[in-house]
Design a protein around this ligand. Structure first.
Ligand code: NA7
Length: 538
């Protein structure tokens, strides 16, 4: 259908990344619905389609960063390294799209501009930027949590004579750093992955650090044949662990307090976790994220490691000057990040001491008057997380209510999955869901399956409409706040969990910190009680 012609389906999905692909498979192949996926990119992959920056890699271990719904898929796919790199994940998602014949129901290059609920028709009407029109009773957003690039509004960027890039919108042909002076702003997970790779390729790398960050060595390595064999034999047990832990990783959180052991034992536990590498460091004690004194012991261990690795004491002091509790912001893991600062061609600018004043045609000027001459600026400055991508679309529910208006003071959902006033709209991995605190495929499969069961329930009973009640939303928001306040997570001033990284964004702690296992149990119970907290009708 050309512009103007409304194409009707049973369900529409926005996004063909990890969650959109699986949602399509569930609705089409298990329920037999007619489904169309609208995807802005020219291919599948979502986050992994866009984030092609040097060093882009998942911090979840590969054997857990995958779908588990198909035994055959698990059996036939082999990851090559402990942590999957971006190209390998993109190959995997393309493989999934081909294997389950998903592409035929996806429109690529279709960026959704607006979605409007029509109460009389009991359908969502969706329009793309190109003017294509679609309609369906159910609309599922699968737009990801970290997909709306946050490019800081630094004066002078327009006059910069060199080239600049945001890591989340990386050119597909790559960037040649050979002989170039590169400036990188941002030291979150992304900057920490990119810096070592850029430093090896560039003439010079200047890292502009505003907030110092912890990082644990990833200890990435090729997977051995023994591990692959072990994995095939133990997958059921691993999946059980992934479903039982608060964050969906394939390792349990130790059931001991930091203060159950002697300082020597503690040091040995941290040392072993440091050697093993990766996010497991966070799982060494159960109280790291709830007790500041407990957290301090881990924080101090890592600061000491930074001072040990970084040879120049001045650089080490800036890198180790970390003012938030360990893992209260998403903890990066790295491959030779701190070591990179021992290279002759890498310098570090402490933006806390000398903030950026402006960008000039030649580079970045800091408040001390220094002009850092650059050919390329890399913005590793993160995302308008969790809500940015949703609010970019003009979504209007009942009585023309816009989602932007409804969320003016911050996102409010029921279970992260629905919003009062927006019937039949399901949000995957949204605010109020635990997803961003988890190994993502676990919540993604849970969300998509829950939505599928819900739609099946409605269709079996001839119910045309489901909408979260305002009371259920109030209770959930309260519960999300309680869960957050039981942890150290909301205490961090500069956190995208709080929306604090984007100027003007309301400060609301967005993810559900009560844990994935608990969340799953709550969602199951809601469904078992006939979708308690939702108004079903029509
Ligand atoms: P993050 O974690 O949001 O990190 C962004 C970094 O950029 C962080 O160090 C910020 O410092 C810095 N930043 C942002 N804006 C500015 C300005 N204006 N000036 C200087 N520095 C700035 O994004 P990532 O892409 O690294 O990671 C996102 C998630 O992807 C990650 O958590 C994983 O889940 C995967 P700040 O801390 O705000 O002072």
């Amino acid at each position: 259908g050309g512009p103007g012609v409304v194409q009707g389906f049973d369900a529409l999905i926005v996004g063909a990344g990890f969650s959109g692909l699986y949602q399509l498979l569930c609705l089409r192949d298990r329920l037999g619905l007619s489904v169309r996926v609208l995807e802005a990119a020219e291919g599948v992959g979502g986050t992994w389609y866009w984030n092609r920056y040097p060093g882009a890699r998942c911090d979840s271990e590969s054997h857990s960063y995958c779908y588990t719904f198909s035994r055959e898929l698990l059996e036939e796919w082999e990851w090559s390294e402990r942590y999957p790199g971006q190209p390998e994940i993109l190959r995997y998602l393309n493989h999934v799209a081909d294997r389950f014949d998903l592409r035929r129901d996806i429109s690529f290059g279709a960026r959704v501009a607006a979605a409007r609920w029509d109460e009389a028709e009991r359908r969502w009407h969706v329009a793309t930027e190109a003017g294509e029109r679609f309609a369906a009773p159910f609309l599922v957003t699968a737009v990801g949590c970290l997909s709306s690039a946050n490019i800081p509004d630094i004066p002078g960027l327009g006059e910069f004579a060199g080239r600049w890039y945001h890591t989340g919108q990386w050119p597909h042909e790559g960037v040649d750093f050979t002989g170039k002076r590169v400036g990188m702003i941002g030291t979150g997970s992304t900057g920490i992955q990119a810096a070592p790779v850029i430093a090896k390729a560039a003439a010079h790398l200047t890292v502009f650090q505003r907030t110092a960050n912890y990082s644990i060595p990833a200890r990435n390595a090729p997977l051995t044949p023994e591990f692959k064999r072990w994995l095939k034999e133990n997958y059921a047990e691993l999946r059980r662990i992934m479903h039982a832990t608060p964050n969906g990783h394939p390792f349990p959180i130790a059931d001991r307090s930091v203060f159950d052991v002697t300082p020597e034992e503690r040091e040995a536990i941290y040392e072993a976790a440091w050697e093993k590498g990766g996010l497991q460091f966070r799982a060494t004690f159960r109280d790291l994220l709830v007790d500041k004194a407990a957290n301090d012991t881990a924080a101090e261990f890592i600061r000491a490691k930074i001072r040990e690795v970084v040879k120049d004491p001045a650089k080490a002091a800036v890198l180790a000057d970390i003012d938030h509790p360990f893992a209260a912001k998403r903890p990066p893991i790295d491959t030779e990040y701190f070591e990179t600062f021992n290279r002759d061609n890498v310098s570090l600018v402490n933006l806390r001491a000398t903030p950026i004043e402006c960008i000039t045609p030649r580079g970045i000027r800091t408040r001390d008057g220094a002009e850092h001459a650059l050919d390329i600026i890399v913005f590793a400055t993160g995302f308008d997380a969790m809500t940015g991508q949703l609010l970019r679309m003009d979504i209007r529910g009942r009585d023309g209510l816009s989602l932007r208006e409804a969320w003016r003071e911050g996102p409010r959902t029921y279970l992260g999955l629905q919003v009062a006033g927006f019937p039949n709209l399901f949000i995957l991995t949204g605010p109020g869901s635990p997803s961003v605190l988890c190994n993502m495929p676990v919540p993604i499969e849970q969300h998509a399956e829950w939505v599928t069961d819900c739609i099946a329930h409605l269709r079996a009973r001839g119910i045309a409409r489901i909408e979260a009640t305002p009371e259920a939303v109030d209770r959930w928001v309260e519960h999300v706040n309680e869960a957050a306040n039981a942890t150290l997570l909301p205490t961090v001033p500069h956190s995208w969990y709080l929306g604090a990284n984007v100027p003007g964004k309301p400060r609301v702690f967005m993810p559900y910190a009560g844990g994935m296992a608990r969340y799953r149990a709550i969602c199951d119970e809601v469904a078992a009680r006939g979708y308690e907290g939702f108004a079903l009708g029509g």
